[in-house]
Ligand binder design. Sequence first.
Ligand SMILES: Cc1cc2nc3c(=O)[nH]c(=O)nc-3n(C[C@H](O)[C@H](O)[C@H](O)COP(=O)(O)OP(=O)(O)OC[C@H]3O[C@@H](n4cnc5c(N)ncnc54)[C@H](O)[C@@H]3O)c2cc1C
Length: 308
Amino acid sequence: MLRRALLAASASTRLRQLITTAPQTRAIVEKYVAGETADDAVRVTRTLRAAGLLVTLDYLGEDTKDPAQAAAATDEYIQLAGKLGAEGLTQGGAAEVSVKPTAVGLFLGTRMAQENIGRICAAAREAGTTVTLDAEEFAAIEPTLRIAAQLRAEYGDLGCVVQACLRRSEDDCRALAAYGTRVRLCKGAYSEPESVAFTSRRDIDRSYARCLRALMNGSGYPMLATHDPRLIRIAAARAGLAERDSGSFEYQMLYGIRPAEQARLAASGAQVRVYVPYGSDWYGYLVRRLAERPANLMFFLRALSSRR
Ligand SMILES: Cc1cc2nc3c(=O)[nH]c(=O)nc-3n(C[C@H](O)[C@H](O)[C@H](O)COP(=O)(O)OP(=O)(O)OC[C@H]3O[C@@H](n4cnc5c(N)ncnc54)[C@H](O)[C@@H]3O)c2cc1C
């Protein structure tokens, strides 16, 4: 309930103003966001790589209403891929990029988004790495999967994301797994109606386990994005049953969340990728992180109320 209420309230201009201008916000943003520039992102990537972790980088921004802004976000990714490649951080896809289709123009037209994503895929390939398309609100899911399917004819390693909270996702996982696709499985960070989504934690977790099974039993490359200890245990068990070796799938977690667990899994021989966002447009990302965890939200509210 709290999560849904916060996600709904986040559209309010007053709440946005309050959160983005509060001095206490900075420390919380720094916990989850690598910094404002590509150089900040590369610096954090270097540190994570040195610790044996894989990385995927997200240039913050979403729901772009302006073609010039969509083009600028695309150029930022192209430059980032070049920087990562020049530093030797992309070898074997060790550092890749995650792109939100609405940041590069999805809601301005699928053709524009596909062209922009295609340019990012070309730059990533040139740099020796891959692209994963994030999953966003429900209206973006079908066009995103369609773009991914079309671009995959040229860029077979283009990954996509499935949100376990959606009722359609088990079918999507089966179809994607049959094609050998790189698929990130997450619970889903957006608030969606009952008509298209499971809304209770229990139903979402059960759907995650079913999707996980479909991906592990398929011929693709599952990327299991969760901090949930129970689902991580289920993933390990499923990998064993499917006789997958540790190089045939990976765990993914967000920068700043459960870093000790990230290190523990990597030390156990698993592949672990950290999703690292950077940039100045962090509001939507921060609200989703606060909404996921009441403890984070309470900490944030206490910090806000003690500012006088
Ligand atoms: C790598 C990655 C990529 C993602 N990409 C997408 C995407 O493309 N589209 C999308 O909709 N969603 C995406 N998500 C977000 C995802 O959908 C969930 O909203 C988010 O991961 C929280 O769900 P959870 O599986 O970690 O489980 P939860 O049930 O939220 O948490 C399980 C446990 O993890 C720990 N934990 C979780 N969140 C926090 C936190 N903020 N701070 C501290 N501890 C925490 C706690 O111990 C908690 O009990 C992504 C998540 C990850 C990890």
